[in-house]
Design a protein around this ligand. Structure first.
Ligand code: NI
Ligand code: NI
Length: 139
């Protein structure tokens, strides 16, 4: 490979074990190529959402409700975006002792919807966050 930069990535052991199992099943020769593909996909997905216009979508995320002040941070973010992005509905499901799943139906300019998604996903204690843009709104 011509020009590469080496980076170190830290994993929880259990997560790494699962990742290794998955990439073996998918036929990767090593972790680096698998991680590069994930990064490429994420960059491509982000590009798709950089279009203009108003979208309606669902944001699904899973988090540890005991994680320090995560609940406050989640609510704070949602209030902060209230001028640009409308939360049309949201559902909260208590998955087990620890984890909660929430689905929000949101509408707003694609950039803001993406930004809210990115900020929620980046919070510590949020394990999973996925935005599905379902359609462009009329306005
Ligand atoms: Ni607050
Ligand atoms: Ni809950």
């Amino acid at each position: 490979m011509e020009n590469v930069v080496r980076v170190g990535v830290s994993f929880e052991p259990e997560l790494l074990k699962k990742f290794d199992r998955l990439i073996k099943k998918r036929g990767y020769q090593n972790r680096s190529e698998a991680i590069r593909d994930l990064v490429r996909k994420d960059i491509a997905d982000a590009g798709i959402r950089q279009g203009k216009g108003v979208v309606v979508g669902t944001l699904t995320y899973v988090y540890d409700h005991d994680h320090s002040d995560l609940l406050h941070k989640l609510l704070h973010l949602q209030h902060h975006h209230v001028d640009q992005t409308t939360i049309l509905a949201s559902t909260h499901i208590h998955m087990d002792e620890k984890y909660c799943l929430e689905v929000m139906v949101i509408r707003g300019p694609v950039g803001h919807v993406q930004k809210l998604t990115d900020e929620i996903r980046a919070l510590k204690g949020v394990l999973f966050g996925e935005l599905v843009v379902t359609k462009l709104a009329e306005d």
